[in-house]
Design a binder for this molecule. Structure first.
Ligand code: PEP
Ligand code: MN
Length: 312
């Protein structure tokens, strides 16, 4: 057996809380009365980052009209280099000047900006009845974020940040746990086991692309592991969703991979939607669907769900 594979002993001893005890065991996670993992599919849509109050209000209105159940949006971004953090920019449309490209914001400033944007998100979520999910990066921001968010996202880079896993467990709020692109399902389920073992069973797993030797296009950094859906469904009772935006990184691939995710048996998808698709988004400008594309996709997903006995 490859050491990265899940063995019988893992299921009994190491993954005792996340593993299935009976073939039909399934957890339903409740996010502010929206249920993830039942007979209804969950579509989480929204921008990569919250850019202004007007932007998030407009996106919330348009995704809710098209049938989304929850809204996503980043207020902290994992960035590869320390310079030019997009979230250090003033709100889109404001008359404040842009920081220069080498600017490194201090944490206090990032926190203040993030809180202002979380307020926008919470207000938009409330108005359009969309529970909101956003990524948490720093353990010491949970108390501040807890007031505004309905679900915490642990990004792929943080899957093995055990301090973050413990702290998110302590909040008892639902968690959207993303799989690291270089990690096995064994390690992914191990991260979920940490959260449950520390007291929070409300976890939704999210596959968002894995590292492979080639990816069809230079911008597609990862490949969506659709096979992870039946594999995870075999091992665990936790709901499973997929993120076709961050895996394909290429807009024309996003709708086909969303359809494939639902067809493979996922409980939903998390997808980036932004009104300006031609490079308008502050972060990840190459992958968001616009409102028209999102509407078309929702109709297609409804059809696929119907065949499988799941409504949207
Ligand atoms: C995101 O969803 O905003 C994000 C950064 O995703 P990932 O952690 O999958 O890269
Ligand atoms: Mn993004």
């Amino acid at each position: 057996m490859n050491l990265k594979d899940i063995g019988e002993n893992d299921l009994k001893s190491n993954l005792k809380l996340v593993s299935k005890k009976k073939p039909d065991q399934k957890t339903v996670v409740d996010v502010k009365n929206h249920k993830i993992g039942g007979d209804k599919l969950t579509i989480i849509a929204g921008p990569c980052t919250v850019e202004s109050k007007e932007q998030i209000m407009d996106i919330a209105k348009n995704i809710s009209e098209r049938g989304a159940h929850m809204m996503r949006g980043g207020v902290f971004k994992p960035i590869t280099f320390p310079y030019g953090d997009p979230l250090a920019r003033p709100d889109k449309g404001s008359d404040k000047s842009e920081p220069d490209k080498d600017y490194i914001p201090d944490k206090k400033e990032l926190l203040k900006t993030a809180e202002r944007r979380l307020k926008y998100m919470a207000e938009a979520g409330k108005k359009y009845e969309l529970p909101v999910v956003t990524e948490v990066i720093y353990s010491d921001t949970f108390d501040m974020m807890n007031k505004y968010v309905d679900m915490f996202q642990i990004g792929y880079r943080s899957m093995m940040n055990f301090d973050l896993l413990r702290t998110v467990a302590g909040t008892k709020k639902p968690v959207l746990l993303k799989r690291h692109a270089g990690e096995s399902l064994r390690a992914f389920l191990g991260a979920a086991e940490h959260i449950i073992a520390h007291g929070n069973p409300n976890i939704v797993l999210c596959e968002r692309g894995i590292m492979v030797p080639h990816t069809h296009r230079p911008e597609s950094r990862h490949i969506l592991d659709v096979q992870a859906v039946p594999a995870l469904n075999e091992y665990t009772h936790l709901p499973v969703i997929l993120d076709p935006s961050h895996s394909t990184f290429h807009r024309p691939y996003v709708a086909p991979m969303s359809r494939a995710s639902i067809a493979a048996g996922a409980d939903g998808i998390e997808i980036e939607v932004h009104p300006e698709i031609e490079g308008g988004a502050w972060v990840d400008p190459l992958n968001p669907l616009d409102y028209t594309e999102f509407k078309k996709l929702m109709i297609e997903l409804k059809g696929i769900g119907k065949v499988l006995g799941k409504s949207i």
